[in-house]
Ligand binder design. Structure first.
Ligand code: NDP
Length: 235
């Protein structure tokens, strides 16, 4: 299962895993893009459903689709996210709320939907896209980084609580990646500044997809708890 599969890291990961023969269930709000992606593969291999991760019922339905179709859920990749950066004194409170709803609550809804299934299966793998921003705060990233720091706590708590049920956890923590993420920044100056930075050094979403595939493709007893990957040119 992959959320945020309509562009960037989620899309590249879906292509990578589907190319390896993995059966997938994809979620995002832009259903047309998911439909196009599914059409690249054999019928029935890649399912999708329009999903807003800020709506708990949507996430539950997506997980149920996977469970009902394939009989189990091996991997849940909570990847959907937003990054409308701003300084705190700009008081973009509704953007703070959107980040909290998508980047934290969306991930928690994914965990809530999949955890009973994985406990029942006595195994599974929860992967969440974190960020270098889950380790470092800079001016304008306070709330975004706050959501990604929260993921560190949630994912490590999940890992510790679920050792007996053999549930693996992985945080994928990229630095700058060339995706549509920067278009979520509402301030045009900051957006342009970030875009220039991205064009200068960003790695590709396919590079991150390789990291996800690596974490999945380990022996059952091996948990890759975090992969932090930056462009070599990033400070
Ligand atoms: P993109 O903007 O390309 O992709 C974001 C994805 O999230 C889209 O598929 C979008 O789909 C989906 N999404 C956003 N909001 C929702 C929602 N409410 N419900 C369902 N899906 C949603 O950016 P990235 O691929 O870069 O972002 C993926 C993740 O990577 C994010 O968690 C981001 O924080 C993280 N990240 C990205 C970095 C980068 O430099 N690009 C660096 C570090 C981390 P749709 O709009 O169709 O719903």
């Amino acid at each position: 299962m992959i959320t945020g599969a309509s562009s960037g890291i989620g899309l590249a990961t879906a292509r990578k895993l589907a190319g390896m023969g993995v059966k997938l269930v994809l979620g995002a709000r832009r259903e047309d893009r998911l439909k196009q992606l599914a059409a690249e593969f054999d019928s029935g291999q890649v399912l999708y459903a329009k999903t807003d991760v800020t709506v708990r019922e949507d996430v539950t339905k997506l997980v149920n689709l996977a469970q009902e179709t394939f009989g189990r859920v091996d991997v849940m990749f909570n990847n959907a996210g937003l990054m409308p950066l701003s300084l705190l004194d700009e008081l973009k409170v509704s953007e703070w709320e959107k980040m909290i709803d998508t980047n934290i609550k969306g991930v928690l809804y994914g965990i809530a939907a999949v955890l009973p299934i994985m406990i029942n299966q006595k195994g599974g793998h929860v992967i969440t896209t974190d960020s270098v921003a889950g380790h470092i705060v800079r001016p304008s990233t306070a709330v975004y980084a706050g959501t990604k720091y929260a993921i560190q706590a949630i994912m490590d708590g999940l890992r510790q609580e679920q050792v007996e049920n053999h549930i693996r956890t992985t945080m994928i923590s990229p630095g700058v990646v060339n995706t549509e993420l920067y278009s979520t920044i509402s301030g045009s100056d900051r957006r342009e500044e970030m875009r220039k930075q991205e064009q200068g050094m960003g790695i590709q979403p396919e590079d991150v997809a390789n990291a996800v595939a690596y974490a999945i493709d380990q022996p059952e007893a091996v948990g890759i708890n975090e992969i932090l990957l930056r462009p070599v040119a990033q400070q």
